[in-house]
Design a protein around this ligand. Sequence first.
Ligand code: FE2
Length: 459
Amino acid sequence: MLHDSYGNAVDTDNAATVAALDRFARSFLAYGKDFAVIFEAAADDPDCLLARTQGALLGLFMENNAGLALATEHLEAGQALVATGAGTERERLYFRAVEAAARADVTRATAAHEELADSWPRDLFAAKLGQIHYFNVGDATGMRRIAQKTCDAHGETAYAWGLLAFGLEECGELDEAERVGRRAAEMTEVEPWAHHAVAHVYETRGDLAGGIAWMEDRAHTWRDCNSFMFTHNWWHIALFYLDQGDTDQALRIYDTRLWGAPQGDRAYSQDQAGAVSMLIRLSLRGLVLDGRWSDVADEILNREVMYDQPFLTAHYDYALARSEHRTAYEHFLQGLHDHAGTLGAASAPLRHMWLAHALPLCRGIGAHADNDFALAATLLGETRPHWQGMGGSHAQRDLFEQMYLDALIRSGRSAEALPILATRARHGRAWRYMQRSWRRRRRQRAFSRCVRRFPSTAS
Ligand SMILES: [Fe+2]
């Protein structure tokens, strides 16, 4: 029996396996690239349950058929090991968590992660993965709770504080999120997740200049980050510029630090969703982006795993609807319906989410791409109460609200947009470009009414 760098017992006598597990964990927590080492460790130490479990997890993260096959292989090997009593109690519980996640049984997976955080709060990796599961179903309270448990046992670890900062921000506890995030950033220079959490605070407060300064001062530390973290942090910077009205700078960042980033991975779901999200926001502000749409849509068409999470799938949906591949788009919608049908009883909540809310959202987003704003307004409005449950952060899901507002205004339902715009104005969120849209569409009277009812919108 050996121990990892955080003092958690690992059921192996092979020090090289523990070193590999530590490298894998460090990459996961710091958003690095040193992941493949876990496959070598599982091959060299096939009776180590934790190496098998992490191998399965990495297979799932690969988002392709080869990765799914690897995940299945490691899960089957893990099941055989568990049957012989291998692994510590913590490792067996963690194995069950990953097994549940592979079945899309989020309820069991999060329950197992909570138990891990209660009994082994030094297992920061498990808490981080648990927070991701909560994030993917829009459970901000769960994100905060599980982070707090591990942070209480990890006072010296910046990554634990970064984890807590993001959970706090998603719960709307902005002052505490900023304090905790800044503390994490002071503890170590390379803590991109803490930088990111504080960027969310700036975004939610509408402090665009402050957000740009905070992130650009730290951008040099993201050089060795994986594609998601590098492009997502730059996505946030582009968002700040966009909301300042500087579409040129946002587009420059898109071309050099997002879709055009040398270290980007155009096959990866998060890179694709970030690109689509930025292109839609730029389109809503009147930019014509033809070639860029086909660049992204072509990559999305190559995906082997299309229905990973409702939030991400909604982004693929828009890109395909905007592309010239109409047949592929129809297949995509049918495939979504079919995918939901394959989910078993253990995944019933997710199946319901796909069929009752995600599919109509995708149809609504597709209608917006087709300039059918009446249908888009109806479907986006109907699904609005369920957006949070589809995952993504406040800042990411704001895209859906911007599309909804745009569809309302363009379909002659401006009055319904007024209170939403007023709330946005009060919180400093992007809305001014819609004022221009209104003017173009001779809906100035509706805007004037908005100003009279909500004076803060005039600023
Ligand atoms: Fe973010």
